[in-house]
Design a protein around this ligand. Structure first.
Ligand SMILES: [Zn+2]
Length: 527
């Protein structure tokens, strides 16, 4: 009996938090949990209630405001050896979290029982039976995680199967073999799942890690053999190389394998979910992440873009809109007029033969020859188009800037700067002081402009990168290329500058950043 509907279990807030650089505050955890609930997840694992105050407060809060759709899950291990389940502090904490479902983790690998738990194989089975049956009697739905199942199974299949049988008899609703060390291959998964799904039809789930880059593949292999429940995390975050990535698993189940999940009707918000979780963790989203990454449906080079204009389905494995993403056409010197015409959609109707397109193509090629690159600096490219269309309005005219960096003995270097600009015929002066010239230039420019343009406050420079171009790339003397990422609460954009002088290259990218925000967000560029 293979189910066509698969349960999705999110462990971003528990296993996902073991990932490098993943930190959530209580508010982050609550915000993410609510979004996951909206997205149709079946289970949301909140963590281990005893581990710290944040976890305890999280469960406390959700007692008062339960989820609309998902079942909240508290996580804990089996009782300690030679004790009673009803008196075990860890099991009591899991019960006190008052969640409809609980995850109980138990040992499956003989060597771990003997060497880590330091108890007998029989006592481990007792611990599993007592813990699962006690929690079941207390009205909890028990999901039983079999820690190190695959290593244990390869070492001693009989014992691993005894663990499965014990948890089954004790009343666990789902039995979840875990690839805790993440070393199992997809063909091994298929073989083992064939056996265990035949033994426990409709009861087996999946929990894979990504150490072999197979977290997703293994989850899918297990579903193909009859797993009914898949555990994973948003963006595949988790310990070491991460957990199985739900942002890939769910759309593959739906669009490539013909299974259904309760997330199906929410998949058009999947990209949003992925970025929201990244935002909360303050982790820069992975551009190359399948389905939801910025580059997942981006196309380079003129020929491809031409085909894209004619028939998207020839160049993309699926419609990106189904997961809330979109196609992007990357610019490069290789870009033909077709690409440029496509890029200009937002500015009106232009086709390949339009003289404006020819003009922009020429400018682009010339700029790229100088060392500019617009693939990662779309905002600068859009300003370029605006200039050709004569719709561009500069924020200000520069009269002059002056920077001075100094260092005395071994003290830290310092930079001071001032700037004069003209806006509508009036002259404004700004000053700045700091360590590096770029920061000082930014400060002085804002200082001069903020009385006229208070909206500049909303912009922060979130990333700054410099690359030295060799003579071949810049077709002359050595130059640097600077990229600046700027953002407001709603959006971020990238600009580029190139010069033999790093301050000048930075200035160019900085001015583009402010001009982009002004032309596209503050004033209506069409008027
Ligand atoms: Zn895990």
């Amino acid at each position: 009996m293979k189910s066509s509907k698969i349960e999705i279990f999110d462990t971003t807030l528990r296993d996902g938090m073991q990932g490098t650089g993943v930190h959530f505050t209580l508010k982050d955890k609550l915000d993410i949990a609510l979004m996951l609930d909206d997205m149709g997840l079946d289970y949301i694992e909140g963590g281990f209630p005893l581990s710290n105050d944040v976890e305890a407060a999280f469960f406390e809060r959700l007692k008062k405001h339960p989820f609309q759709n998902a079942k909240l899950c508290a996580f804990g291990s089996t009782r300690k050896p030679h004790s009673r389940a009803d008196q075990d502090p860890n099991i009591r904490a899991v019960l006190e979290a008052e969640t409809p479902a609980v995850t109980v983790v138990g040992k499956t690998w003989k060597d771990h029982v003997l060497q880590v738990l330091k108890t007998s194989l029989e006592e481990n089975l007792e611990m599993i039976f007592d813990s699962v049956s006690y929690l079941t009697q207390q009205g909890r739905e028990v999901i039983f995680d079999l820690e190190h199942f695959f290593d244990g199974y390869k070492d001693d299949p009989d014992y691993a199967l005894q663990v499965l049988q014990t948890a089954y008899e004790a009343g666990a609703r789902v039995l979840v073999p875990c690839d805790t060390n993440g070393g199992v291959l997809a063909e091994e998964v298929a073989e083992i799942y064939q056996k265990i799904c035949a033994l426990y039809p409709g009861k087996i789930g999946s929990h894979f890690h990504n150490d072999l880059n197979l977290g997703v593949a293994n989850s899918l292999a297990s579903v193909r053999e009859g797993s009914i429940h898949v555990q994973g995390t948003i963006n595949g975050w988790g310990e070491r190389c991460g957990n199985a990535n739900l942002c890939s698993i769910v759309p593959i189940l739906r669009y490539k394998m013909g299974f259904s999940t309760n997330m199906d009707s929410h998949l058009k918000d999947l990209t949003l979910l992925s970025r929201f979780v990244s935002e909360k963790a303050n982790i820069i989203p992975d551009r190359r992440q399948p389905f939801v990454g910025e580059a997942a449906f981006s196309h380079k080079a003129g020929q491809h873009a031409d085909v894209l204009l004619k028939n998207k389905s020839l160049m993309e494995h699926m419609d990106p809109a189904l997961v809330g993403n979109n196609s992007q056409v990357l610019l490069s010197g290789l870009a033909g007029k077709g690409t440029i015409a496509l890029k200009m959609n937002k500015f009106g109707q232009f086709d390949k033969s339009s003289p404006v397109v020819a003009e922009i193509t020429t400018i682009l090629k010339d700029k790229e020859a100088q060392g500019y690159e617009y693939e990662a600096a779309e905002a600068s490219f859009e300003l370029l188009i605006l200039k050709v269309l004569q719709k561009f309005r500069p924020l200000f005219d520069l009269d002059n800037y002056h920077l001075e960096s100094f260092k005395t003995f071994d003290t830290q270097s310092k930079t001071v700067g001032r700037i004069f600009v003209t806006v509508d015929g009036r002259r404004y002066m700004g000053a700045g002081v700091g360590i590096g010239p770029v920061g000082v230039l930014d400060a002085a420019l804002r200082n001069a402009l903020e009385p006229v343009y208070p909206f500049l406050n909303e912009i922060t420079l979130t990333d700054f990168s410099v690359r030295v171009l060799n003579a071949e790339e810049s077709h002359s003397e050595a130059k640097v290329r600077v990229f600046i990422t700027s953002s407001t609460e709603e959006q971020s954009w990238d600009t580029v500058g190139v010069s033999a002088n790093i301050v000048e290259a930075s200035w160019e990218a900085l001015v583009d950043s402010f001009n982009y925000y002004y032309n596209f967000k503050i004033r209506d560029w069409e008027n």
